[in-house]
Ligand binder design. Structure first.
Ligand code: AMP
Ligand code: MN
Ligand code: MN
Ligand code: MN
Length: 286
Protein backbone atom coordinates (compact mmCIF):
# COMPACT_ATOMS: atom_id res chain seq x y z
CA UNK A 1 0.00 0.00 0.00
CA UNK A 2 2.82 2.38 0.77
CA UNK A 3 4.58 1.60 -2.44
CA UNK A 4 6.48 4.68 -3.52
CA UNK A 5 5.20 4.98 -7.03
CA UNK A 6 4.75 7.80 -9.49
CA UNK A 7 2.51 7.14 -12.45
CA UNK A 8 2.62 10.51 -14.24
CA UNK A 9 5.78 12.31 -15.42
CA UNK A 10 7.28 14.07 -18.43
CA UNK A 11 10.61 14.13 -20.27
CA UNK A 12 12.16 16.24 -23.05
CA UNK A 13 10.21 14.12 -25.51
CA UNK A 14 7.24 16.34 -24.61
CA UNK A 15 7.39 19.35 -22.30
CA UNK A 16 9.70 18.15 -19.52
CA UNK A 17 13.30 19.31 -19.14
CA UNK A 18 15.01 16.00 -18.25
CA UNK A 19 15.80 13.35 -20.83
CA UNK A 20 14.09 9.98 -20.27
CA UNK A 21 17.34 8.62 -18.80
CA UNK A 22 17.81 11.64 -16.49
CA UNK A 23 14.19 11.38 -15.36
CA UNK A 24 14.53 7.70 -14.42
CA UNK A 25 17.84 8.47 -12.69
CA UNK A 26 16.20 11.21 -10.62
CA UNK A 27 13.26 8.98 -9.73
CA UNK A 28 15.70 6.32 -8.57
CA UNK A 29 17.61 8.83 -6.45
CA UNK A 30 14.33 10.00 -4.87
CA UNK A 31 13.51 6.43 -3.86
CA UNK A 32 10.74 5.81 -6.40
CA UNK A 33 10.07 2.08 -6.74
CA UNK A 34 7.73 2.20 -9.71
CA UNK A 35 7.71 4.95 -12.34
CA UNK A 36 5.59 5.71 -15.40
CA UNK A 37 6.80 8.09 -18.09
CA UNK A 38 3.70 9.67 -19.62
CA UNK A 39 4.78 12.21 -22.23
CA UNK A 40 2.08 14.21 -23.99
CA UNK A 41 0.99 12.49 -27.20
CA UNK A 42 4.36 10.76 -27.66
CA UNK A 43 5.91 7.36 -26.98
CA UNK A 44 9.46 8.10 -28.20
CA UNK A 45 11.04 8.19 -24.72
CA UNK A 46 9.71 4.87 -23.51
CA UNK A 47 12.36 2.46 -24.77
CA UNK A 48 15.18 4.65 -23.44
CA UNK A 49 13.50 5.07 -20.05
CA UNK A 50 12.75 1.34 -19.79
CA UNK A 51 16.37 0.46 -20.53
CA UNK A 52 17.70 2.78 -17.82
CA UNK A 53 15.09 1.61 -15.28
CA UNK A 54 16.10 -1.95 -16.02
CA UNK A 55 19.71 -1.11 -15.32
CA UNK A 56 18.83 0.52 -11.98
CA UNK A 57 16.34 -2.15 -10.99
CA UNK A 58 13.27 0.07 -10.65
CA UNK A 59 9.94 -1.00 -12.07
CA UNK A 60 9.05 0.94 -15.19
CA UNK A 61 5.55 1.38 -16.61
CA UNK A 62 5.41 2.64 -20.20
CA UNK A 63 2.77 5.34 -20.42
CA UNK A 64 1.34 8.27 -22.31
CA UNK A 65 -0.81 11.34 -21.61
CA UNK A 66 -3.30 11.80 -24.42
CA UNK A 67 -4.91 15.14 -25.27
CA UNK A 68 -8.67 14.80 -25.63
CA UNK A 69 -11.39 17.30 -26.43
CA UNK A 70 -14.55 16.55 -24.53
CA UNK A 71 -17.47 18.93 -24.11
CA UNK A 72 -15.42 21.79 -25.69
CA UNK A 73 -12.66 21.42 -23.16
CA UNK A 74 -9.30 19.71 -23.07
CA UNK A 75 -9.15 16.62 -20.89
CA UNK A 76 -6.02 14.53 -20.35
CA UNK A 77 -6.19 10.75 -20.32
CA UNK A 78 -3.18 8.81 -19.10
CA UNK A 79 -2.57 5.37 -20.57
CA UNK A 80 -0.45 2.94 -18.51
CA UNK A 81 1.18 -0.28 -19.62
CA UNK A 82 0.94 0.55 -23.33
CA UNK A 83 3.03 -1.03 -26.06
CA UNK A 84 5.04 1.97 -27.36
CA UNK A 85 5.18 0.50 -30.85
CA UNK A 86 1.47 -0.21 -31.30
CA UNK A 87 0.56 0.88 -34.83
CA UNK A 88 -3.01 2.22 -34.40
CA UNK A 89 -1.87 4.16 -31.31
CA UNK A 90 1.01 5.71 -33.21
CA UNK A 91 -1.25 6.55 -36.15
CA UNK A 92 -3.53 8.37 -33.71
CA UNK A 93 -0.56 10.19 -32.21
CA UNK A 94 0.45 11.37 -35.65
CA UNK A 95 -2.92 13.12 -36.03
CA UNK A 96 -2.55 14.77 -32.64
CA UNK A 97 0.93 15.96 -33.50
CA UNK A 98 -0.16 17.32 -36.86
CA UNK A 99 -2.71 19.37 -34.96
CA UNK A 100 0.00 20.50 -32.51
CA UNK A 101 2.08 21.73 -35.45
CA UNK A 102 -0.80 23.71 -36.97
CA UNK A 103 -1.81 25.06 -33.58
CA UNK A 104 1.79 26.12 -32.88
CA UNK A 105 1.84 28.21 -36.05
CA UNK A 106 -1.44 29.83 -35.10
CA UNK A 107 -0.27 30.54 -31.54
CA UNK A 108 2.87 32.09 -33.02
CA UNK A 109 0.89 34.33 -35.38
CA UNK A 110 -1.19 35.55 -32.46
CA UNK A 111 1.80 36.17 -30.21
CA UNK A 112 3.50 38.07 -33.02
CA UNK A 113 0.46 40.35 -33.14
CA UNK A 114 0.90 40.83 -29.42
CA UNK A 115 4.41 42.14 -30.13
CA UNK A 116 6.57 39.09 -29.62
CA UNK A 117 9.46 38.50 -32.01
CA UNK A 118 9.83 35.16 -33.77
CA UNK A 119 7.67 33.21 -31.31
CA UNK A 120 7.65 29.99 -33.34
CA UNK A 121 11.44 29.82 -33.56
CA UNK A 122 11.64 30.83 -29.90
CA UNK A 123 9.32 28.07 -28.74
CA UNK A 124 10.98 25.48 -30.97
CA UNK A 125 14.30 26.27 -29.36
CA UNK A 126 12.90 24.87 -26.09
CA UNK A 127 11.29 21.87 -27.78
CA UNK A 128 14.08 19.44 -28.39
CA UNK A 129 11.72 16.51 -28.46
CA UNK A 130 8.87 15.30 -30.57
CA UNK A 131 6.04 17.67 -29.79
CA UNK A 132 5.43 21.41 -29.64
CA UNK A 133 3.61 22.42 -26.46
CA UNK A 134 2.26 25.59 -24.92
CA UNK A 135 4.91 24.98 -22.26
CA UNK A 136 7.59 25.72 -24.88
CA UNK A 137 5.91 29.01 -25.79
CA UNK A 138 5.67 29.76 -22.09
CA UNK A 139 9.40 29.21 -21.54
CA UNK A 140 10.20 31.54 -24.44
CA UNK A 141 7.85 34.23 -23.09
CA UNK A 142 9.53 34.03 -19.69
CA UNK A 143 12.95 34.21 -21.33
CA UNK A 144 11.78 37.32 -23.19
CA UNK A 145 10.76 38.91 -19.91
CA UNK A 146 7.02 38.92 -20.70
CA UNK A 147 6.15 37.31 -17.37
CA UNK A 148 8.05 36.35 -14.26
CA UNK A 149 7.19 32.66 -14.13
CA UNK A 150 5.30 29.88 -15.84
CA UNK A 151 2.14 30.36 -13.86
CA UNK A 152 1.96 34.04 -14.78
CA UNK A 153 2.73 33.45 -18.41
CA UNK A 154 -0.11 30.96 -18.82
CA UNK A 155 -2.50 33.26 -17.06
CA UNK A 156 -1.60 36.27 -19.19
CA UNK A 157 -1.00 34.75 -22.61
CA UNK A 158 -1.96 31.14 -23.10
CA UNK A 159 -5.39 30.46 -21.63
CA UNK A 160 -8.86 31.14 -22.99
CA UNK A 161 -9.46 34.83 -23.66
CA UNK A 162 -5.74 35.67 -23.76
CA UNK A 163 -3.68 36.78 -26.79
CA UNK A 164 -1.95 33.47 -27.54
CA UNK A 165 -4.88 31.13 -26.96
CA UNK A 166 -5.99 28.70 -29.64
CA UNK A 167 -8.79 26.24 -28.91
CA UNK A 168 -7.87 22.55 -28.78
CA UNK A 169 -9.10 20.12 -31.40
CA UNK A 170 -7.76 16.90 -29.92
CA UNK A 171 -8.83 13.26 -29.98
CA UNK A 172 -12.32 12.12 -28.97
CA UNK A 173 -12.61 10.33 -25.62
CA UNK A 174 -13.70 7.24 -27.51
CA UNK A 175 -10.64 7.23 -29.79
CA UNK A 176 -8.25 7.88 -26.90
CA UNK A 177 -9.56 4.92 -24.92
CA UNK A 178 -9.62 2.64 -27.92
CA UNK A 179 -5.96 3.51 -28.73
CA UNK A 180 -4.91 2.87 -25.12
CA UNK A 181 -6.82 -0.40 -24.87
CA UNK A 182 -5.65 -1.49 -28.33
CA UNK A 183 -2.06 -0.94 -27.17
CA UNK A 184 -2.67 -3.18 -24.13
CA UNK A 185 -2.93 -0.34 -21.61
CA UNK A 186 -5.15 0.88 -18.78
CA UNK A 187 -6.84 4.30 -19.07
CA UNK A 188 -6.78 6.87 -16.26
CA UNK A 189 -8.43 10.31 -16.00
CA UNK A 190 -5.50 12.63 -15.27
CA UNK A 191 -5.67 15.39 -12.58
CA UNK A 192 -9.50 15.36 -12.45
CA UNK A 193 -9.79 18.41 -10.19
CA UNK A 194 -8.10 20.63 -12.81
CA UNK A 195 -11.01 20.75 -15.27
CA UNK A 196 -13.39 23.66 -15.28
CA UNK A 197 -16.48 21.49 -15.40
CA UNK A 198 -19.50 21.70 -13.16
CA UNK A 199 -19.89 18.77 -10.77
CA UNK A 200 -22.59 17.34 -13.05
CA UNK A 201 -20.42 17.59 -16.14
CA UNK A 202 -17.49 15.94 -14.37
CA UNK A 203 -19.76 13.07 -13.37
CA UNK A 204 -20.88 12.77 -16.96
CA UNK A 205 -17.26 12.59 -18.10
CA UNK A 206 -16.59 9.84 -15.57
CA UNK A 207 -19.68 7.87 -16.67
CA UNK A 208 -18.66 8.01 -20.32
CA UNK A 209 -15.10 7.09 -19.40
CA UNK A 210 -16.36 4.07 -17.45
CA UNK A 211 -18.69 3.01 -20.27
CA UNK A 212 -15.67 3.01 -22.58
CA UNK A 213 -13.79 0.68 -20.22
CA UNK A 214 -11.75 3.31 -18.30
CA UNK A 215 -10.54 2.09 -14.92
CA UNK A 216 -8.33 4.67 -13.23
CA UNK A 217 -8.81 8.06 -11.59
CA UNK A 218 -5.78 10.17 -10.66
CA UNK A 219 -7.14 11.48 -7.38
CA UNK A 220 -3.62 11.93 -6.04
CA UNK A 221 -1.93 14.42 -8.35
CA UNK A 222 0.91 16.88 -7.99
CA UNK A 223 -1.51 19.55 -9.16
CA UNK A 224 -4.18 18.82 -6.52
CA UNK A 225 -4.49 20.42 -3.12
CA UNK A 226 -5.07 18.07 -0.14
CA UNK A 227 -8.73 19.09 -0.18
CA UNK A 228 -9.02 18.30 -3.90
CA UNK A 229 -7.33 14.95 -3.34
CA UNK A 230 -9.89 14.06 -0.72
CA UNK A 231 -12.81 15.15 -2.86
CA UNK A 232 -11.49 13.26 -5.89
CA UNK A 233 -10.83 10.14 -3.79
CA UNK A 234 -14.49 10.15 -2.70
CA UNK A 235 -15.60 10.56 -6.31
CA UNK A 236 -13.44 7.62 -7.37
CA UNK A 237 -15.17 5.47 -4.78
CA UNK A 238 -18.63 6.58 -5.84
CA UNK A 239 -17.85 5.48 -9.38
CA UNK A 240 -15.89 2.40 -8.32
CA UNK A 241 -12.76 3.55 -10.07
CA UNK A 242 -9.27 2.55 -9.01
CA UNK A 243 -7.11 5.38 -7.73
CA UNK A 244 -3.86 6.35 -9.41
CA UNK A 245 -1.23 8.79 -8.28
CA UNK A 246 1.27 10.87 -10.16
CA UNK A 247 3.36 13.96 -9.51
CA UNK A 248 3.02 15.27 -13.11
CA UNK A 249 6.69 16.17 -12.74
CA UNK A 250 8.05 18.32 -15.59
CA UNK A 251 11.31 19.82 -14.39
CA UNK A 252 13.56 20.23 -11.35
CA UNK A 253 13.21 24.03 -11.65
CA UNK A 254 9.43 24.07 -11.52
CA UNK A 255 8.43 21.49 -9.00
CA UNK A 256 4.85 21.36 -7.82
CA UNK A 257 5.67 18.05 -6.29
CA UNK A 258 8.90 16.12 -6.49
CA UNK A 259 8.97 12.76 -8.25
CA UNK A 260 7.44 10.17 -5.95
CA UNK A 261 6.68 12.59 -3.09
CA UNK A 262 2.96 12.26 -2.74
CA UNK A 263 0.56 11.11 -0.09
CA UNK A 264 -0.52 7.49 0.04
CA UNK A 265 -3.74 6.45 -1.62
CA UNK A 266 -6.43 6.95 1.07
CA UNK A 267 -7.23 3.74 2.92
CA UNK A 268 -10.86 3.78 1.75
CA UNK A 269 -9.77 3.64 -1.92
CA UNK A 270 -8.31 0.86 -4.03
CA UNK A 271 -4.97 1.63 -5.69
CA UNK A 272 -4.93 1.02 -9.43
CA UNK A 273 -2.00 -1.39 -9.07
CA UNK A 274 -4.20 -3.66 -6.92
CA UNK A 275 -6.68 -4.17 -9.76
CA UNK A 276 -6.88 -7.48 -11.67
CA UNK A 277 -6.31 -5.57 -14.89
CA UNK A 278 -3.04 -4.20 -13.57
CA UNK A 279 -1.86 -7.66 -12.57
CA UNK A 280 -2.88 -9.02 -15.95
CA UNK A 281 -1.47 -6.26 -18.11
CA UNK A 282 1.41 -4.76 -16.18
CA UNK A 283 2.48 -7.42 -13.76
CA UNK A 284 3.07 -7.72 -10.09
CA UNK A 285 3.96 -4.65 -8.13
CA UNK A 286 6.72 -5.14 -5.65
P1 AMP B 1 -0.53 21.83 -24.42
O1 AMP B 1 -0.80 20.36 -24.30
O2 AMP B 1 0.52 22.14 -25.45
O3 AMP B 1 -1.77 22.65 -24.60
O4 AMP B 1 0.14 22.29 -23.05
C1 AMP B 1 -0.39 21.91 -21.84
C2 AMP B 1 0.72 21.91 -20.79
O5 AMP B 1 0.95 23.22 -20.33
C3 AMP B 1 0.36 21.13 -19.55
O6 AMP B 1 0.70 19.79 -19.72
C4 AMP B 1 1.22 21.77 -18.49
O7 AMP B 1 2.51 21.19 -18.50
C5 AMP B 1 1.34 23.18 -18.97
N1 AMP B 1 0.44 24.11 -18.23
C6 AMP B 1 -0.87 24.30 -18.42
N2 AMP B 1 -1.34 25.24 -17.58
C7 AMP B 1 -0.28 25.67 -16.84
C8 AMP B 1 -0.09 26.62 -15.81
N3 AMP B 1 -1.11 27.36 -15.36
N4 AMP B 1 1.15 26.78 -15.30
C9 AMP B 1 2.18 26.04 -15.74
N5 AMP B 1 2.07 25.12 -16.71
C10 AMP B 1 0.85 24.93 -17.26
MN1 MN C 1 2.80 19.25 -19.59
MN1 MN D 1 -2.08 17.08 -18.00
MN1 MN E 1 1.11 15.68 -17.37
Amino acid sequence: MNLRCDLHSHSTVSDGTLSPTELVQRAFEKGVEMLALTDHDATEGLHEAAAHANKLGIQFVPGIELSVTWSHQTVHIVGLGINPDDVPLNNGLKELRDFRGRRGEEIARKLEKAGLEKPLEGAQKFANGEILSRTHFARYLVEQGRAKDMRQVFKRFLVKGKPGYVAGNWASLEDALSWIHGAGGIAVIAHPARYKFSATRLRQLISEFKDLGGLGFEAISGSHSPEEEERMARLANQFELFVSKGSDFHSPENVYRELGYMPDIPAHCVPLWHSDSWKEKIGDYK
